[in-house]
Design a protein around this ligand. Structure first.
Ligand code: ZN
Length: 297
């Protein structure tokens, strides 16, 4: 065997040993899921336990990428998946893509069967200017909706939230998530938040830690606060009487960000709370449920 041949032989045995080594202990995930139901508007908590520590893990479903975060051993990875309000019932594949500590990439598929949901319809009467806004307000409305859309489509890579989410006010639900609205006789887009019963002036608490990214009076939602909880998760509070925070402030869970009011398109004082998860419109109460320690059955 001459030198180049020897080198080639060594190279081949080195690579086959490398491949065999990888094959003898490929990365594998054991997956469990926690949810109220697998329906539009629900949050699903996916827990993936790996047989070896991982460098990273992410999940692709509904043509979106969802973040996963590790425990201290980097073997248990958790991720929140949002099933948008308008996702049709079907069998969907969650494509998990992981990277091991040695840099090997691997894929694993997990099925999610989303079933149908019928949302109720409500009839509401509000001041006509909120149904057909006067022409001079259209520019403002367009700018505001653009700004909010841009915020929701910005994903801060770091996770700021941790642990369970809290109810921002102690009240019960008055208008559920996803309800179809007929406002002054006209069909409008579905209710993408949850309305909580609360008296004017009730303090509104940040449901989890985050960065305040918007404090502004908007045409439809009145005095509005948006909190970025990180990794594509946002809280949006509308119709506040007054603010107790400012843009750029880092808030902790339970910190007061404003007070309940009746500003914007409303029929009376209440707190409207919207949650966006990677731009998916999901029920805030399902976010609270999946991250609580309580039984979901
Ligand atoms: Zn509402």
């Amino acid at each position: 065997m001459n030198l180049p041949e020897l080198a080639l032989t060594l190279l081949i045995s080195f690579f086959s040993a490398g491949i065999q080594g990888a094959e003898s202990d490929p990365a594998r995930l054991e997956i469990s899921q926690r949810f109220r139901t697998l329906q539009p508007g629900e949050v699903v908590l996916i827990s993936a336990t790996s047989n070896q520590p991982l460098k990273s893990l992410e999940g692709k479903i509904f043509q979106k990428t969802f973040y996963f975060y590790p425990d201290s051993n980097s073997t248990l990875w958790s991720g929140l998946i949002g099933i948008d309000l308008n996702i049709p019932a079907d069998l969907y594949r969650l494509n998990l893509q992981g990277v091991t500590l040695t840099g090997s990439r691997f894929d694993q598929v997990h099925d999610l069967r989303v079933s149908d949901k019928e949302f109720p319809t409500r009839h509401v009467t509000v001041e006509q200017k909120y149904v057909d806004p006067p022409p001079e307000e259209l520019k403002r409305i367009g700018q505001e909706s653009k700004r909010v859309k841009e915020l929701f489509s910005t994903t801060s890579p770091a996770r700021i939230w941790e642990g369970p989410f809290l109810l921002p006010v102690p009240g019960t639900t008055t208008s559920g998530f996803g309800r179809r609205s007929i406002i002054n006789g006209k069909a409008r887009s579905p209710h993408s938040g949850t309305d909580l019963r609360a008296k004017e002036g009730t303090p509104v608490k940040a449901p989890n830690a985050g960065l305040v990214v918007l404090v502004s009076n908007l045409y439809f939602s009145g005095n509005t606060v948006i909190v970025d909880h990180g990794q594509g998760l946002y809280s949006y509070f509308a119709h506040l009487s007054r603010f107790a925070t400012e843009e750029g402030e880092r808030v902790v869970a339970g910190q007061i960000v404003g007070h309940v009011g009746a500003t914007g398109r409303v029929t009376g004082p209440h707190l409207h709370w919207t949650v966006r998860l990677n731009q998916s419109r999901v029920d805030p109460l399902s976010l609270i449920a999946v991250l609580s320690g309580q039984d979901l059955d």
